[in-house]
Design a protein around this ligand. Structure first.
Ligand code: TRP
Length: 484
């Protein structure tokens, strides 16, 4: 029997965290499974697709994979049993046909990794499915209640509104807080554009709130090395961008007496580098291939980079902050696309005698043009930049923010606007702190009482204030000095 779609999905989940059928090395189990496929698996199952392409690249060497030759294989993933038998072997399609099939394939599952975010439907990413696929946990009411109890404060609106929606091990962190113990925060940014846009601020705004309510140290990593390795940019330029972006980040208002922000290029060495080496020694090429999709033509800098993003999670990387302590737990606020780095980190940590970092994950910030279109720092009309003037903000919102309003005033008054797809409303969910006012707007807009122009005017006001706060808070003289 050929492999069913359900089985393919189960296999896709398997390859999310495993490089190969039997874990982290090739074996005859890969060969037999490979032989079951009539053609390259659909690209929307990108973990399975990646595994297939990788196994395919071995050519006839597949028969030399270690392990006894097998006639059958049974694999259990997510309660689904995938059974394959040797005599199911099916002739493969010629390469042309395969290519054609791929072209015709529609994405049926969202793609989310550090380099690609692509929704399969125009409703945007399905975050519930992502939690299932990634195996993280939902930020639910019980967790919010614990936040409230422990901080004595209403949880930040990013938490209340599901903008941060998923976590790993957050209860462990709250248990520590309950016991009067400390943890530290770690987040970062890959500096690839001169100016940051409002979406880039989301993890930093969350982090600032966490630093305020828990009064804990914060590490901010600027991955100028990462951007150099991935983008067609000069090294000097990436390094300069790290310092430029750091000003915008500092402007979010962290407690700078408890915050260390650094450029990888300028800082890495000493204990930090020792930890990088330890991670490097304990993670194989096969593992990162499986997690990140690297292949033989990836430059070798990329292949080792995940070790660099991993080690700020370990307190011993910063002896001048943590006095050489190895066991201070770490909490990482980040957008969910960064999760693969930290799945790897959590996997390797216990083998090095370190604690696994905890995480809270945010949804993505939509482009002005709508939740399913891609926001890019190189398209200046796809978002609001921190350098935009009040006039530019007004023009951009009025001209580009995708509207859920109706075509004519009459129709709008009668049928009302659709807040689910209206980008101005989505942005207000991110940036309007006042729950009461937000709810009022939602009701008035969806009943047709409020027009699109009025909704946009509300947003413009909120954005001008946010950006104003950011610009004026920057004191160029407090921009970090790189301690070493
Ligand atoms: N890779 C991230 C980016 O491209 C930057 C980053 C480094 C990061 N360390 C992090 C993001 C920790 C979140 C948390 O933007």
């Amino acid at each position: 029997m050929p492999i069913t779609r359900e089985e393919e999905e189960a296999l896709n989940d398997h390859f999310l965290i495993n490089s190969y059928v039997e874990g982290f090395a090739t074996s005859q189990a890969d060969t037999i499974l490979f032989d079951q496929f009539r053609s390259t698996p659909n690209q929307d199952l990108h973990n399975l697709h990646r595994w297939y392409k990788h196994i395919d690249s071995f050519g006839s060497d597949r028969s030399k994979f270690p392990g006894p030759k097998r006639n059958s294989l049974i694999l259990s993933v997510n309660k689904i049993k995938v059974t394959v038998m040797m005599n199911n072997k099916i002739e493969k399609d010629g390469p042309k046909q395969v290519e054609q099939q791929q072209l015709e394939q529609q994405l049926t599952e969202d793609i989310v990794d550090p380099w690609n975010v692509q929704a399969s439907s125009n409703k945007g990413i399905d975050y519930d499915k992502l939690i299932d696929r990634f195996g993280s946990s939902r930020i639910d009411d019980a967790l919010l209640e614990r936040f409230e109890k422990l901080t004595g404060q209403n949880p930040h609106h990013f938490l209340r509104r599901g903008i941060f929606f998923s976590h790993r091990d957050m209860h462990r962190i709250l248990n520590l807080v309950e016991a009067g113990k400390k943890f530290f925060l770690y987040t970062g940014r890959g500096p690839s554009s001169d100016s940051m846009h409002v979406g880039h601020l989301i993890p930093f705004i969350m982090t600032k709130w966490l630093q305020d309510v828990f009064d804990v140290p914060l590490i901010i990593q600027m991955t100028d090395d990462e951007k150099y390795l991935w983008k067609d940019l000069k090294l000097e330029h990436c390094n300069n961008l790290a310092y430029e972006n750091a000003k915008d980040i500092i402007a979010v208002g962290f407690d700078m007496s408890k915050t260390f922000i650094f450029s990888d290029v300028d800082f890495i060495g000493g204990e930090f580098y020792k930890n990088v080496l330890k991670v490097q020694k304990h993670v194989t090429f096969n593992q990162v291939k499986g997690i990140f999709g690297f292949d033989e033509s990836s430059n070798i800098g990329k292949i080792m980079f995940p070790a660099i993003q991993a080690v700020p999670s370990f307190s011993s990387s910063f002896p001048f902050i943590f006095g050489g302590k190895k066991d201070i737990p770490c909490l990482i606020p980040c957008a969910i696309d960064q999760d693969p780095y930290f799945r790897m980190t959590r996997d390797v940590a216990p083998r090095l005698g370190f604690q696994k970092p905890a995480l809270i994950h945010s949804t993505f910030f939509p482009a002005l043009q709508g939740a399913s279109s891609k926001m890019s720092a190189s398209d200046e009309n796809s978002s609001i930049f921190l350098t935009d003037t009040a006039n530019q903000i007004k023009k951009k919102v009025n001209k580009y923010a995708f509207s859920g309003g109706k075509d004519t005033v009459e129709e709008h008054r009668e049928k009302g606007g659709d807040c689910e797809v209206d980008v101005s409303f989505m942005y207000l969910r991110f940036f309007m702190e006042d729950d009461g006012r937000l709810e009022e707007i939602r009701q008035q807009y969806s009943s047709g009482q409020m027009l699109t122009g009025e909704l946009k005017a509300e947003l413009i006001q909120v954005l001008v204030i946010i950006i104003g706060i950011c610009i004026f808070k920057v004191n160029p003289y407090t921009v970090f000095t790189c301690q070493h």
